[in-house]
Ligand binder design. Sequence first.
Ligand SMILES: [Zn+2]
Length: 380
Amino acid sequence: MRALCWVAADELAVREVPDPELRNERDVIVRVRRSATCGGDLPLLAGRDPLLSTGDVLGAEFVGEVVETGPAIRRHRVGDRVVVGASVACGGCWYCRQGRHSCCDNAGVDVASVDPGWGRSDAGCFGRPRAAGGFAGGHAEYVRVPYADVGAFRVPDAVDDDRALFAADAAPTGWLAAELGEVRPGDVVAVWGAGAVGQLTARAAVLRGAARVLVVDRYEARLRMAERHAGAEPLDYRRTDVAAELCERSGGRGPDVCVVAVGPPPTRSVADRFAGVDRPDPVREAVHACRKDGVVVVLGGTDWFVDAFALGAVTDKRLTVRGARRPDLRDVPMLLHRMARDELRTEHLATHRLPLRDGPRGYALFADRADGCVRAVFTP
Ligand SMILES: [Zn+2]
């Protein structure tokens, strides 16, 4: 089959790779109908993950059709149209039993290979380096989906592929951010970053009853989308004093919840990481802007090392700081229902639709945010 593979730093290619096969009784094979680029792919694309190897298939977010099922599969049949959550989780460990699939103990990397700075591995993920416990991704004709009764979800007829696609990762990650932020009716919520996850965090906050949601970015087209589709107020940080605006629009207190959804930092190398040259500007701004006793949620940032962080502000303002990198799976059915009821629309995020053979061009557009690209979507 054909798949979009990582070849070398800043080089992707569509190559012939072996078809995936059932390996375990809880696997299914899915024929991909759509797959999307993801911000978490960009550090990989740049070759910043030392565990990447040539031939690794990218693609964390995909929707498709079940074509083969393992003998222990109970919830799926051949022919089902499914969206597959980006997190791979076993469904049976201590974390999974509580619905915290992104913390799964069994489906992630070998603990021995975890960076000592992290201490514990998180769940597995599609489209991540094989050597880091990743699973071949969805930028391919077929994908093997492990633990498919846990991570694959039947898509309601009322939800088309372009909308359902974002129930894999961007929508549940945005929902998780609003949940971790404990967004309540009447809250003022600020979101840094108007990419797909930022927009869907804003939408989740609105659906949870936030009185005002402000989105901070510099890309005009993304800000307009956040306004139109999420019901958010746009703030262009090139033209606005963000701190002053956030203070003004929250009755002088500062937002109740601040979510940083800007994607991975622009670090260039492992040496840079340890030299502490990451730019935590949005995190610093969020800690600065947040009201006392508020919540700051930081998303993504897989290789974030941050120096000169205002930890004193966290204690003085008794802030709660929470983080997340991957979504849980428990919210996917609820999000699909909201999509079916038209409460949650996501198809506008697919700004560029390309055949899989144009995958390298799609990633170039996505990485440069060129031509208003929010997400490039591929069809095999
Ligand atoms: Zn688990």
